[in-house]
Design a protein around this ligand. Structure first.
Ligand code: SF4
Ligand code: SF4
Length: 428
């Protein structure tokens, strides 16, 4: 795509990077077929190609975005299906991340949206605040019919819809040292996952210990920054990345790390991109690139190892590939191979490339589209008549469980069970 960014705009490294992305797009439109919002809404402005045109016009002309442009960018799930489909290698992720930061700086959202977004950025990335919010959520649930009536308060109703009726006990997963360990790895603690699904990393620690790994939770590390990044809060995302880079570098330069493992693939995609996010920061660029190079989805790491012989569990597993894993990290076969090697029968649903509608805070901010995608995803998964659904991202697990009657677990829970761990709690 031809561009004509003024030279003064290109003095900004973020603009230069976006211009380079836009120039790689040949406007062929292949990406439209796999874009969930285009599939649902049929509007070119809700397709990757249409959004690239909107972002080009906004950035190239240094234009203050209109409410209409913001609406179409907000509707993007950042599922990155378009990046998998694109034959021209367009890095849509970097472009939309920049566009969101630009919108955050130049556009004044209606007051209710501003407050909702501030609330999400204040609560979700902080485990303890999130736990407190969930503790009090049941008290506010009776207000949902009222909150649903006004567009301004619909996100609050969506938040309450998703709040679990029971908050699990705090995770018992801790840094563990194995005598004669073969390797030492860090496991991301993150923010929401240990509160909503503590069993995910408990299973991961057990499995890694069983195969002779020391597992550490680096002191000072926290939310990866993805949630605020997708809200357009670039400075907050960079602050989260710097904090985590400091925490992991202390371990890398101390006792050493074979890998930084992630059980939430949405976080993994972001951590693998720290090198790009902090590329202009002279104090962090090299360290961030080192951290990104060490980051791995837990299944990406496990597939390289010999897992102990499995006690076959006679179960059929419907595998749901999280977008952040299949499109963001291009990890597609490892989870299915691990499950098959562990003795499970693995099935993949129709439209496996389409997002389930979770997408960070998307199912709060765009609850109608998210619910349509969740319903569609659950129907395809339920059609497999599996005993259990396995996935690799806490957001997907939570979203799918709202629409499907089949128990949903993390892939690692099934691997842990097959190699001597307890049966996943979701299986009763
Ligand atoms: S598939 Fe790639 S090159 Fe073609 S329109 Fe979409 S983003 Fe552009
Ligand atoms: S990231 Fe997903 S929703 Fe956004 S344009 Fe690409 S395919 Fe469509």
């Amino acid at each position: 795509m031809q561009t004509s960014f003024p030279p003064e705009a290109l003095a900004d490294p973020a603009m230069r990077a976006s211009e380079a992305v836009i120039r790689t797009c040949v406007h062929c439109g292949f990406c439209t077929a796999t874009c969930p919002t285009y599939v649902l809404l049929g509007d070119e402005n809700d397709s990757p190609r249409g959004r690239i045109y909107l972002m080009k016009d906004m950035l190239e002309n240094q234009r203050k975005p209109s409410a209409e442009v913001v609406k179409h960018i907000d509707r993007c799930l950042s599922c990155l299906a378009c990046m998998t489909t694109c034959p021209s290698g367009v890095n849509y992720m970097h472009l939309v991340d920049h566009a969101r930061a630009y919108i955050n700086e130049t556009y004044t959202r209606p007051r209710s949206e501003r407050w909702t977004r501030r609330l999400l950025a204040f609560v979700l990335p902080h485990s303890e605040r999130f736990r407190w919010a969930l503790t009090f959520a049941p008290l506010a649930k009776p207000l949902r019919p009222l909150l649903r009536k006004l567009p301004a308060t619909r996100p609050l109703a969506a938040m309450l819809d998703m709040a679990p009726s029971h908050i699990p006990n705090p995770t018992s997963a801790q840094s563990t040292r194995i005598s004669g360990a073969k390797a030492r790895v860090a496991l991301l603690q993150g923010c929401a996952e240990p509160i909503l699904k503590p069993q995910f990393r408990e299973a991961t620690v057990r499995l890694l210990n069983r195969i002779g790994h020391d597992v550490i939770f680096a002191p000072g590390e926290g939310c990866c920054g993805a949630l605020v990044h997708h809200l357009g809060r670039g400075a907050d995302a960079k602050a989260a990345a710097r904090r985590n880079v400091d925490a992991w570098m202390a371990e890398i330069e101390g006792a050493g790390l074979a890998a930084i493992l992630v059980t939430a693939s949405g976080c993994g995609t972001t951590i693998k991109d720290y090198g790009f996010l902090l590329r202009e920061d002279p104090d962090y660029a090299t360290k961030a690139a080192r951290v990104s190079a060490l980051a791995k989805d837990v299944t990406e790491y496990l597939i390289e190892l010999d897992l102990p012989a499995s006690a076959a569990n006679d179960l059929t597993v419907a595998y749901h590939p999280a977008c952040s894993l299949q499109h963001g990290q291009k990890v597609t076969d490892a989870p299915k191979r691990l499950l098959t090697n562990a003795g499970y029968r693995v099935r993949t649903p129709a439209e496996a490339h389409l997002c389930c509608g979770s997408a960070g805070t998307y199912n709060i901010l765009q609850s109608k589209i998210a619910s349509e995608l969740g319903t569609r995803k659950a129907a395809h998964l339920d059609a497999l008549e599996a005993d259990v659904i396995a996935t690799g991202n806490v957001g997907c697990a939570t979203q799918i469980a709202r629409f499907s009657g089949v128990p949903v677990v993390h892939t690692v829970e099934l691997l842990d069970w097959a190699t001597g761990g307890p049966k996943p709690a979701a299986l009763g």
